[in-house]
Write a protein that binds this ligand. Structure first.
Ligand code: UP5
Ligand code: MG
Length: 197
């Protein structure tokens, strides 16, 4: 374990489980840099210099997982540019391709301390996503291209099929810290924080 290695906590959970909400609280309280893979992909999609815009768009609309080289490139660049060492990697790795890509490209420069798993029911997740979409629409803001019932179904499918096996893999390694994310945000954070002190 080299002293100048990046220190990483992976944060996973289904769509709308509260990853972004909890990462914001963790980064504030424990000075971690919050990197949401989804946010980085959505930003890259808008970047006129990015050649992957169309591809990212179509994958997100279908609730499918973008090829790992694109995501890793964005994560690594953000880590290097931050000048910091402690990171919450939110919404990644979502499948075996993601995990293999991480191990191939990052294992020499980053150490994964543990995986934080935010667990709740599909019903809670769907309600939260639809509420977010409705709120954005009402405010005249942009509604995420994947915050509609049809794509939410596909996101759940991908989560169960591809991401749960990754979470179970970290469980089997003894590296998964699970928190029930059904209660209100501050109550969830009270439990989450215990894993960071
Ligand atoms: N909310 C949050 N916590 C709450 C609580 N405790 N009580 C009540 N309300 C709560 O929360 C969602 C909503 O619920 C918000 O309105 C919030 O206020 C409220 P949020 O914190 O945003 O949850 P989060 O888990 O971050 O939900 P998100 O929708 O971002 O999850 P996804 O995993 O679906 O989205 P992500 O951006 O990670 O990925 C989107 C897509 O990008 C993927 O489907 C995929 O196509 C692509 N992608 C890749 O291909 N590769 C990657 O590595 C990452 C993404
Ligand atoms: Mg999010």
């Amino acid at each position: 374990l080299l002293p100048n290695m990046f220190q990483v906590v992976f944060v996973l959970g289904g769509p709308g489980a509260g990853k972004g909400t909890q990462c914001a609280k963790i980064s504030e309280a424990f000075s971690y840099v919050h990197l949401s893979a989804g946010d980085l992909l959505r930003a890259a999609r808008q970047d006129p210099n990015s050649t992957h815009g169309e591809l990212i768009n179509s994958f997100i609309k279908e609730g499918k997982i973008v090829p790992v080289d694109i995501t890793i490139g964005l994560l690594k660049a953000a880590m290097e540019q931050s000048g910091k060492r402690h990171f919450l990697v939110d919404g990644f790795p979502r499948n075996l391709d993601n995990l293999d890509g991480w191990n191939k490209h990052m294992s020499d420069c980053a150490h994964v301390n543990f995986l934080l798993f935010l667990a709740t029911t599909e019903e809670v997740m769907q309600d939260r996503i639809l509420a977010r979409g409705a709120l954005a629409a009402k405010a005249g803001a942009i509604v995420r291209a994947d915050d509609n019932v049809e794509t939410i179904k596909k996101r759940f499918h991908t989560y169960l099929e591809s991401t749960m096996p990754i979470i179970n893999h970290f469980k089997s390694l003894g590296l998964c810290r699970e928190v029930d994310s059904s209660p209100p945000p501050d109550d969830v954070f009270a439990e989450v924080a215990k894993h960071f002190v």
